[in-house]
Design a protein around this ligand. Structure first.
Ligand SMILES: Nc1nc2c(ncn2[C@@H]2O[C@H](COP(=O)(O)OP(=O)(O)O)[C@@H](O)[C@H]2O)c(=O)[nH]1
Ligand SMILES: [Mg+2]
Length: 290
């Protein structure tokens, strides 16, 4: 089977050489250099990779899509994606492609959670990843290492996954689309290094929040009752708290706090409205699906 390793890279001159060299043992290597201002392209070419270069930075999703189109046009059977910064170990590529070669899966995701590798993730990142993984689960019912970029897929996946490049991360998007079209998904354990020189290009907070806000939108779209039900519940909790605060002095002083009671009333109304919105959207979502 013909394997193409696609490596999206943005200013990775420190690590691209070794990542390409190690990856070449398992297939052809395509580096998509996304407007790097360092020597990423030159080094990747010197080591033997094919390089597609965007003159301007268009983001990882566009870069991967370029790589997938290239693979489809050249009759590759399997595409592996991995990071250029040295966090992934190319020697684990055979584990990723094995389920595809055996025809047990169409999309394989390398997971940091299956072999204790997650212990190396810094705590604040672990928390953020937990939220994104749970959000992905609420939206798709699939629980995986949703942000992992070390993946393998067959031609069927490449052809049928109609990826959006804008919006939430391409990693999440792939899982959402895979769920919609019944792609067989499997996870295999991988190791991830955190001692590399240049491990994160994006600001984790803003990137995390943008992925999360897209996920919340998706949950609202796919499971409106769940999202609005949760928000409605939250409103009722606030209303209950305010009501208690407003009424509590009554036993001692014979008076109530009017402001808090009005607040409790407002939150009760908001809670009811959110619940009704959830019910309505739920019916609409069902009708659209049918
Ligand atoms: N083509 C391209 N690759 C990018 C871009 N941003 C990051 N990458 C690559 O995507 C991979 C993962 O990015 P990284 O910042 O390490 O993500 P993190 O480790 O998940 O925080 C690395 O190989 C980066 O070089 C981009 O804008 N364009
Ligand atoms: Mg990284």
């Amino acid at each position: 089977m013909k394997v193409l390793v696609v490596i999206p890279a943005y200013n990775e001159e420190l690590t691209i050489g070794s990542v390409v060299a190690l990856s070449m043992r398992y297939g052809d290597v395509l580096v998509v250099d996304d407007g790097s201002t360092d020597r990423t392209t030159q080094i990747a070419q010197a080591v033997g990779a094919t390089v597609i270069r965007h003159e301007q930075n268009r983001g990882k999703a566009e870069a991967l899509k370029r790589g997938f189109e290239y693979a489809l046009s050249r009759d590759y059977d399997i595409v592996v994606t991995l990071d250029a910064d040295g966090q992934h170990n190319p020697d684990e590529i055979p584990h990723l492609i094995e389920p595809i070669v055996k025809d047990e899966a169409d999309l394989v995701i390398g997971s940091r959670y299956l072999n204790g590798s997650k212990k190396k993730i810094p705590l604040y990142r672990r928390l953020g990843l937990w939220v994104l993984n749970k959000g992905t689960k609420l939206a798709t019912n699939i629980e995986v290492d949703s942000q992992s970029g070390f993946r393998a897929m067959n031609r069927k996946t490449l052809k049928t996954l109609n990826l959006d490049s804008n919006g939430y991360s391409i990693e999440t998007d792939m899982i959402v689309k895979a769920k919609e079209i019944n792609i067989r998904l499997k996870e295999v354990p991988i190791t991830v290094r955190y001692d590399v020189p240049n491990k994160h290009k994006k600001n984790p907070i803003s990137h995390g929040f943008s992925v999360l806000s897209d996920l919340v939108g998706l949950i609202g779209y796919k499971r409106p009752l769940l999202l609005f039900g949760m928000l409605s519940f939250l409103s009722f909790v606030v209303a209950g708290f305010l009501a208690y605060w407003g009424l509590e002095p009554y036993s001692k002083t014979g008076r109530v706090f009017l402001t808090q009671l009005i607040g409790a009333g407002i939150f009760t109304i908001i809670g009811i409205q959110l619940f009704i919105a959830g019910l309505t959207l739920n019916v609409l979502a069902k009708m659209v699906r049918e």
